[in-house]
Design a protein around this ligand. Structure first.
Ligand code: SF4
Length: 370
C-alpha cells in the first residue's frame, strides 16, 4: 500500500447538493462499493441519527447499481439520486434507517478503551502464512524482530504497576517465537490473549508450549469464513482446515477460543454462514469478532485508518511503539522508538486524544496537515 497517493476522504458537514440537503457528505471518487466505499459510508452512517441524510458523490458507474442494493439490504432509503451527466458523477441522498447502528453493519462494534488499561505486544513478525491483507507484512521471509523476554518482564511489570489490565500478544505468528511461554508468563496477573492462526502448535516444541500455557489465557484464532473458499483465498490453500483443527485442539486442551474473522466487504450472507458454523461447533457469541481489513501493510484496499479516526490501542514491538496494532507498518502511526517507556507512550496518546476531543467538542473535525 502506498501512503502518499491515497486520496484522503474526510466526510464533510451539512450542505446542499444536487441530490438535496444532506447532513454529511462523502466524496467516494472512483471507488466502487467493493473497494472501500461501503465501509466509508457505514462509518459515516454510524455518526448520524435515524432519518438523517447522508450525501454521497460518486464517479464510479457501478455505484449506481450497487448502492441501492446495499441500502435495501441494510434498511436505508435512497431519497434521491441525480446524475450530473450521463457519464456521471452521480449524487445520492440516503436516509439512515430507524434501526440501531449495530444492525447496520456486520462488523463488531467497540468503544474507546481507557488509555493505560490495554497493551498490545507484537511478539515477532515472522509467520508461517503470508496473508494478502496482512497489516504487519508478516510472512515466512519477514525479519522475526522478536520481543526480548527480559524487556517484556520490565514492561509488563510497569504496565501492571500503573493499572494495566489487558495484554494481547500478537504477531506474526506468536507460536513461532521460541520463548512465547516466557513472554506469556511475564504477563502473569493480566488478562492475556494470544492471537494465532492456530496452525503451528499441533506438535513438537510448540505443542509443549501450548500445553504449558495457563488456561486463563484466551486463544484468539483467525477464521474468515464458514467454509474454506474465502479464508483460503486470502490466507493460502489448506489454511482453513488447519485453523479448524487448531481450534479443536486448543478447546480440547481447555482453552477459551475466540474467533476473529477479517473481510474486505460487508458480507451479511457470509457472516451469517460463519455464525451458523460457529454455533455448530459451540463458540460462544461473545467470542466472535468480525472486523474489516485495514488499508495497511500488504492490503490493497480496506478501511483507511489514521490517528484521527482510530481509537488508540498502544502497541509495543521490538523496535518501537505504535498507535494501534493494525497500523504497525505506517510511519504516521508511530509513537516512540525503542527503548520503550510505557508512561511516556501512554502520555503521548492521552495528550493527543485530549486535543482531538477538544476539537470534536467544538464541532470540528481534526484535519491534520502535519
Ligand atoms: S494476517 Fe496473521 S496469519 Fe496472516 S500473515 Fe499476517 S500475522 Fe500471519
Amino acid at each position: 500500500m502506498k501512503h502518499d497517493d491515497r486520496p484522503l476522504i474526510v466526510p464533510q458537514g451539512p450542505q446542499d447538493t444536487p441530490a438535496g440537503h444532506v447532513k454529511t457528505l462523502i466524496d467516494g471518487g472512483d471507488m466502487d462499493c467493493g473497494s472501500g466505499l461501503l465501509l466509508l459510508i457505514t462509518r459515516a452512517m454510524r455518526r448520524l441519527e435515524a432519518g438523517d441524510s447522508l450525501g454521497i458523490r460518486s464517479a464510479e458507474p457501478s455505484v449506481e447499481v450497487d448502492l441501492p442494493v446495499w441500502a435495501e439490504l441494510v434498511g436505508h432509503q435512497i431519497v434521491s439520486r441525480v446524475a450530473e451527466t450521463e457519464q456521471g458523477p452521480w449524487w445520492f441522498s440516503v436516509a439512515k434507517a430507524g434501526v440501531p447502528a449495530e444492525s447496520a453493519t456486520v462488523f463488531s462494534l467497540g468503544g474507546r478503551t481507557p488509555v493505560g488499561s490495554r497493551l498490545w505486544a507484537y511478539t515477532n513478525f515472522d509467520c508461517n502464512l503470508a496473508c494478502l491483507y496482512c497489516c504487519a507484512e508478516s510472512s515466512p521471509k519477514a525479519d522475526a524482530r522478536r520481543l526480548d523476554v527480559d524487556v517484556c518482564r520490565d514492561l509488563f511489570a510497569e504496565f501492571k504497576a500503573q493499572g494495566g489490565k489487558e495484554l494481547f500478544l500478537t504477531g506474526g505468528e506468536p507460536f513461532m517465537h521460541p520463548e512465547l511461554g516466557q513472554l506469556v508468563e511475564a504477563g502473569d496477573g493480566l488478562s492475556r490473549t494470544i492471537l494465532t492462526n492456530a496452525m503451528v502448535f499441533g506438535k513438537g516444541r510448540r505443542r509443549e508450549t501450548l500445553e504449558n500455557i495457563d488456561r486463563s489465557v484466551v486463544m484468539q484464532v483467525s477464521l474468515d469464513s464458514a467454509a474454506p473458499g474465502p479464508h483460503d483465498k486470502m490466507r493460502g490453500a489448506g489454511s482453513w482446515a488447519r485453523a479448524m483443527d487448531g481450534i479443536d485442539l486448543a478447546r480440547s486442551l481447555g482453552f477459551q477460543v475466540r474467533v476473529a474473522a477479517t473481510m474486505f466487504d460487508e458480507d451479511p450472507v457470509g457472516v451469517a454462514a460463519l455464525h451458523e458454523r460457529l454455533d455448530a461447533i459451540g463458540i460462544d457469541k461473545e467470542d466472535r469478532v468480525i472486523r474489516p481489513v485495514a488499508d495497511e501493510g500488504f492490503a490493497e484496499g480496506g478501511v483507511h485508518v489514521s490517528i484521527d479516526n482510530l481509537e488508540p490501542e498502544p502497541v509495543i514491538t521490538a523496535d518501537g511503539a505504535w498507535w494501534h496494532p493494525v497500523a504497525i507498518t505506517n510511519p504516521h502511526m508511530r509513537i516512540a522508538d525503542a527503548p520503550l517507556v510505557l508512561e511516556e507512550i501512554f502520555g503521548v496518546v492521552r495528550d493527543t486524544l485530549s486535543v482531538q476531543d477538544a476539537a470534536e467538542a467544538a464541532g470540528r473535525e481534526v484535519f491534520r496537515c502535519a
